[in-house]
Design a protein around this ligand. Structure first.
Ligand code: SAH
Length: 219
């Protein structure tokens, strides 16, 4: 602790990682990625000093950066290997994409707000992350030109797992997606594509902003 009783940055970081473990984020590679990627730069304005708290926070365009423990659990559920090509729908602040970039070979991330994509790209550059391609578009249609993907993560809530995304998932691939009515509590679903069909398992309740059609007003 510093003289005024505030936690030093190193202490805050240790607490952050300890908390993630207590919430069930135990995968070593995921914890290392979350240690390497500081959440601070992804949170702007008056909320910066709350970047290390385990809560979603407001970002531009009326969106939110997800809660770190949920980012950790979703990353872990994807079981990403260093050879994987991953698609994220819902770039938002870029925080989740930056963590995926530490785990995967290549990450494509799509958001319907051009401004969010632009700001996220600047942070990826600042972190020297050169294996992320950030694209403005309606991600519910996926990226047919880059498909198929080993793993897909949707960080906005859909009423059902979007069909085009399921189609763009490789055999043996995993998709994680919050499913449910936009305002209510949603269920985080893990879909595994197997030779005998799609296997679904429910992970936990979550609350995400809705997956919307078309581009954002600023785009
Ligand atoms: N993963 C983000 C948080 C995402 S918030 C992070 O780490 O900060 C959800 C994001 O999904 C918002 O930025 C919203 O603009 C985006 N979104 C909603 N519907 C979308 C769609 N159809 N295609 C692409 N992005 C969408």
């Amino acid at each position: 602790m510093t003289d005024d009783g505030a936690l030093s940055q190193a202490e805050q970081k240790m607490q952050f990682l300890y908390h993630l473990r207590s919430k069930g984020v135990t995968d070593k590679r995921v914890l290392e990625a979350m240690e390497a990627i500081d959440r601070g730069p992804f949170v702007k304005g008056i909320f910066t000093d709350r970047a290390y708290e385990d809560m979603p926070l407001p970002i531009a365009c009326g969106q939110t950066i997800s809660q770190p423990s949920v980012v950790g659990l979703m990353s872990q559920a994807l079981n990403i290997t260093p050879r994987d090509k991953v698609l994220e729908v819902g770039t938002g602040s870029g925080y989740q994409a930056a963590i995926l970039a530490k785990l995967a070979r290549r990450v494509y991330t799509v958001d319907r707000h051009r401004r969010l994509v632009r700001e996220a790209r600047d942070i990826f550059d600042a972190f020297d992350l050169h294996n992320i391609t950030a694209i403005t578009g309606d991600g519910s249609f996926g990226l047919p030109d880059q498909a198929p993907f080993d793993k897909i993560i949707v960080t906005a809530a859909a009423e059902d797992p979007p069909g085009p995304l399921l189609a763009q998932l490789k055999m043996g691939g995993i998709m994680v997606v919050p499913v449910g009515q936009s305002d209510a509590v949603q269920s985080l679903i893990r879909v595994h594509k197997t030779e005998s069909g799609l296997e679904y398992d429910e992970m936990r309740d979550v609350r995400f902003v809705p997956l919307l059609e078309g581009l954002g007003k600023d785009s």
